[in-house]
Structures are given as structure tokens and as C-alpha cells.
Design a protein around this ligand. Structure first.
Ligand code: THU
Length: 160
């Protein structure tokens, strides 16, 4: 028997303006996309923006449904749109901004487990890391250099 300790690494920035211009631009696209979230049940709106290696930006937001599980998170809406429309492009960066519509969420909101699994699929497919930035509607921004840092022990195609 042996115990295994897993380590991960994230970078925390105090505010969005400390990040490079291209990341600020991408987060602002996510912010725009968040405005179109359809979240009448949770009142929690999320926007996501993806930069591809051809420099195109693809966005998404959460889309809820009266049959709750039929809705979809912003990150998957965005990444599936990227996969559907630009299947040959690599995903370089994803920016996520999330928060309640009832109060000002000021802590960084990470992608849920199902979204991490979906993002992992594309990271494995393209064999290149996807940098992920996430934040609340204001305040600190967290950067993960790769999805793998957010989801250790991923299940992927190599195990099938
Ligand atoms: N949501 C996202 O869009 N992304 C996440 O990673 C977490 C949750 C959405 C789903 C639902 O519409 C609302 O936020 C509340 O869970």
C-alpha cells in the first residue's frame, strides 16, 4: 500500500487589469456573452469565451431549461460551439465570468466538474494545454495553465 499526494498549481491575480491585453479582451467577450445567459431558474449567469489558434473568439453562456438537467453550462455551450464550428482549430484559452444576478459575486467561480471533463476532452484531442481564467463579476482572477490542473486523474480516450 502507498499513499499518493496530488499537487496542482494555480495563479491568482488581484484584478483583471493585471492580466495581458489579450486575456482582458477575452474576459470582456465572456462578460458580453454573460449578458445573454438564459438563467431564469438559478438567477446565476455565466459567460465563457474561447480563443482559438486562428485568433477567432467563440462565446457561450448558460442556457437553462424548465426540465433542469436539460440545460447547459456556459463553458460547454462555448466549447461545443468551438468544436462544432472549428473542428481543426486548437483551443488556446478560455475565460469564464460567473455570478448571481441578485448579488455581486466577488470570488472566482471555477468550472463545474462536468465542464472540466468536457474541456479535458479537447485538451487531450489537441494534445496541447488550454489555459483557463475564471472570475466572479469582480475581484480576483484565477489562471490555470492547463485543464489538467483543475481535474487530476482525468478519464480520457486513452483508457477506452
Ligand atoms: N453554470 C455554468 O454555466 N457553469 C458552471 O461551471 C457552473 C454552473 C450554470 C449552470 C446553471 O445554469 C447555473 O450556472 C447555476 O448552476
Amino acid at each position: 500500500m502507498k499513499k499518493v499526494k496530488l499537487e496542482t498549481e494555480l495563479t491568482v491575480y488581484d484584478a483583471l487589469d493585471q492580466l495581458p491585453k489579450d486575456v482582458i479582451e477575452l474576459m470582456n467577450k465572456a462578460k458580453e456573452a454573460r449578458k445573454n445567459a438564459y438563467a431564469p431558474y438559478s438567477n446565476f449567469s455565466v459567460g465563457a469565451a474561447i480563443r482559438l489558434d486562428n485568433n477567432k473568439i467563440v462565446t457561450g453562456n448558460n442556457q437553462e431549461n424548465a426540465s433542469y438537467p436539460s440545460g447547459l453550462c456556459a463553458e460547454r455551450t462555448a466549447i461545443f460551439a468551438a468544436g462544432a464550428n472549428f473542428p481543426k482549430s486548437k483551443i488556446v484559452t478560455m475565460a469564464i465570468i460567473a455570478g448571481s444576478n441578485e448579488k455581486e459575486t466577488d470570488s472566482p467561480i471555477p468550472p463545474c466538474g462536468a465542464c472540466r471533463q468536457s474541456i479535458a476532452e479537447y485538451e487531450v484531442k489537441q494534445n496541447a494545454p488550454i489555459a483557463i481564467y475564471f472570475m466572479g463579476v469582480k475581484g480576483k482572477v484565477v489562471k490555470s495553465d492547463s485543464l489538467a490542473n483543475l481535474l487530476p486523474l482525468i478519464f480520457d480516450r486513452t483508457q477506452l
